[in-house]
Design a binder for this molecule. Structure first.
Ligand SMILES: Nc1ncnc2c1ncn2[C@@H]1O[C@H](COP(=O)(O)OP(=O)(O)OP(=O)(O)O)[C@@H](O)[C@H]1O
Length: 312
């Protein structure tokens, strides 16, 4: 079954075009990472799925139900961690969870949920005194109420330290293992890498790529960062830098003393080394490191990425 089906959705805020004919499908049981730089339209998409806002054009369905006419049933089956926690300062953590349990007519044990998200010790403390990370953990506890079929997490790692982000990923995996579909947005590729079955990358209201992380990586030319240490700085260093930069497949060259850091496609490596030696210096040492996922994400979301990869 399809968990989320967004079809031909355009959303305008006045003259601002936030989504432009978006098509996106998340299958039941998937962990789907929804990536995009700031302002790409991620929160708009989530708000449409939750029927908090209406599309200008197009259809949104969740579990084959219409988000507008069946919104109550959808909300009962969905757990939401919205961007930016909205807590009631005077209520305790436990009272927040109790409220969510009552609203969903669920029968969870609030203390068990608070234990699961790592804030059992603060259960009786007023949320006004919670740190950002504690607030985020509390919001996660309320999202987990009633074993939802769909978990929508908007930037779930906001405010969490690395340990908290790891615990969040563990909970995502556990929820998925019990059968929940997970849809989570992030602007940090590394956060979705470890848990997602598939990722979609949104830019300017369009889905510009959609694949597994490996699929995305394979669709890009292998980028390498080459660190070349020279015996000395060449006399004509400006000309040498220009000559290296002009090699086909080289995207940048940064001098760091006697070391040059060259970002290039794998195929350009030997030409780079040869061109350096053409300028009368010797290569003392060099090392390479393959592109990180962050480089990949930047390549997809920067302005020149229009034709890269699995573009729709
Ligand atoms: N209520 C609104 N009124 C006017 N414009 C809006 C509104 N909400 C969003 N926008 C605009 O729509 C576009 C998409 O915004 P959205 O918040 O969906 O992006 P996002 O991908 O969630 O960004 P971020 O990662 O910064 O949260 C942006 O250009 C934003 O300025």
């Amino acid at each position: 079954m399809t968990a989320i089906d967004i079809s031909g959705v355009t959303k305008r805020y006045g003259t601002e075009l936030a989504l432009d004919g978006l098509d996106l499908t998340v299958e039941s049981g998937e962990i789907y990472g929804f990536l995009g730089p700031n302002g790409a339209g991620k929160s708009t998409t989530i708000n449409l799925v939750l029927d908090f806002i209406r599309p200008t054009r197009g259809d949104v369905r969740v579990f084959d139900l219409d988000v507008r006419s069946d919104s109550l049933e959808i909300r009962n089956r969905t757990g939401i961690l919205p961007e930016g926690a909205t807590l009631y300062d005077r209520l305790t953590g436990r009272q927040h969870v109790e409220f969510a349990i009552e609203s969903k007519a669920a029968d969870d044990d609030p203390d068990e949920l608070l234990e699961r998200v790592g804030i059992a010790d603060a259960a009786g403390k007023k949320a006004g005194g919670y740190s950002k990370g504690m607030a985020q953990r509390l919001m996660l506890a309320t999202a987990l109420v009633g074993e939802p079929d769909l978990l929508i997490l908007d930037e779930p790692s906001t405010g969490l330290d690395p340990n908290g982000a790891r615990e969040m990923r563990e909970i995502i995996r556990e929820e998925n293992a019990r059968g929940a579909t997970i849809f989570f947005s992030s602007h940090v590729l590394g956060q979705v890498e470890a848990v997602c079955d598939r990722v979609g990358i949104l830019r300017d209201g369009h889905l510009i790529a959609e694949d597994t992380i490996d699929g995305l990586r394979n669709s890009m030319p292998t980028q390498t960062r080459l660190r070349v240490t020279l015996d000395r700085i060449p006399d004509d260093s400006a000309t040498a830098l220009e000559a290296i930069e002009s090699i086909d497949g080289v995207s940048s060259v940064e001098p760091e003393g006697r070391t040059l850091v060259v970002a290039c496609e794998d195929r350009a490596k030997t030409t780079v080394l040869r061109r350096i030696e053409d300028h009368g210096v010797s290569v003392e040492d060099f090392e390479t490191d393959d592109s990180s996922l962050e480089d990949l994400f930047v390549a997809y979301t920067s302005n020149s990425a229009g034709s890269a990869g699995v573009i729709q």
